[in-house]
Design a protein around this ligand. Structure first.
Ligand SMILES: Nc1ncnc2c1ncn2[C@@H]1O[C@H](COP(=O)(O)OP(=O)(O)O)[C@@H](O)[C@H]1O
Ligand SMILES: [Mg+2]
Length: 258
């Protein structure tokens, strides 16, 4: 079967094998499945589409995370991402993630969250690619400007989150938490987010992109940054005082502001 093979089922079929393996992943549980079908009905999910390179058995998915699996769901004829709470997840409900995602959405950050129940969250499906793959594929005239622009968009989103004191919590692994739709970065997965700790979005994302992350050496080369000293200094200052001035200083060290 090719990697793009797709299978579309009506909601009622979701509680049958092999689809049940996804609905109550990683354990089969008919009782849980029944309650979950009811929740999906409540959310207006009409069909489920199994498609994607990530698989459970032969069924393609949008993705698998530590606390959830994500599939495509059709609501009102439109395809959305449906995040399903894993049966072995160390959290009781999707509702807190939904609440936090909505807060991010209000400032224009994140894939848009539409609705949630205890075991599901329906959100905008971001059809795109890995940040690192995207950056590495940029070539030719204008490469530096495009990389700068992507970093600028991403850091501005982090800055907005910092300003409302919402810490994403997992931006140290940016690769898994940003999806590029064209040149537009989307931050996903607010399941570890919190409003109760000092926000570290700008510093953590910068650390990944420019200092210690897998693509940092490559990003620095593309941006023509030879000495990371000024970036480290700017990050230190920003950490102490998340002022507009210190944010601007950081952007200057990476050539985004002059
Ligand atoms: N809105 C979305 N659009 C497209 N892909 C998504 C979306 N949300 C999640 N994914 C994919 O599913 C994977 C798992 O989702 P994630 O939110 O990280 O789950 P978890 O909270 O379990 O860590 C992600 O790595 C990503 O590939
Ligand atoms: Mg995750």
């Amino acid at each position: 079967m090719s990697q793009t093979a797709s299978e579309r089922i009506r909601l009622s079929e979701f509680a049958r094998t092999p689809y049940l393996n996804v609905l109550t992943y990683p354990v089969l549980d008919i009782k849980v499945a029944r309650s979950r079908l009811e929740q999906l009905e409540e959310l207006g999910v009409e069909e489920v589409v199994f498609e994607g390179r990530t698989k459970i058995g032969r069924l393609g998915l949008v993705g698998i995370g530590t606390v959830s699996v994500v599939v495509r769901g059709v609501i009102g004829g439109r395809v959305h991402a449906v995040k399903i709470r894993r049966a072995d997840a160390n959290r009781e409900s999707m509702l807190e993630e939904y609440r936090l995602t909505e807060i991010a959405n209000r400032i224009g950050v994140g894939a848009q969250a539409f609705a949630a129940t205890r075991d599901f969250m329906v959100m905008q499906l971001v059809d795109g690619e890995d940040l690192e793959d995207h950056l590495r594929a940029i070539r030719g005239v204008g490469t530096r400007a495009r990389v700068r622009e992507i970093l600028h968009l991403l850091l501005n989103q982090c800055r907005k989150l910092d300003l409302i004191d919402l810490d994403h919590g997992q931006l140290s692994d940016l690769r898994k938490h940003v999806i590029m739709a064209g040149d537009m970065p989307y931050i996903i997965d607010f399941e570890s987010s919190s409003q109760r700790r000092a926000p570290k979005n700008v510093t953590t994302a910068s650390q990944y992109l420019l200092i210690g992350g897998r693509c940092a050496p490559f990003v620095k080369r593309l941006l023509g940054i030879r000495n990371q000293g000024p970036i480290l200094e700017a990050l230190k200052a920003y950490k102490k005082d998340r002022s507009d001035g210190n944010y601007a200083r950081l952007l200057k060290t990476i050539g985004i502001l002059i």
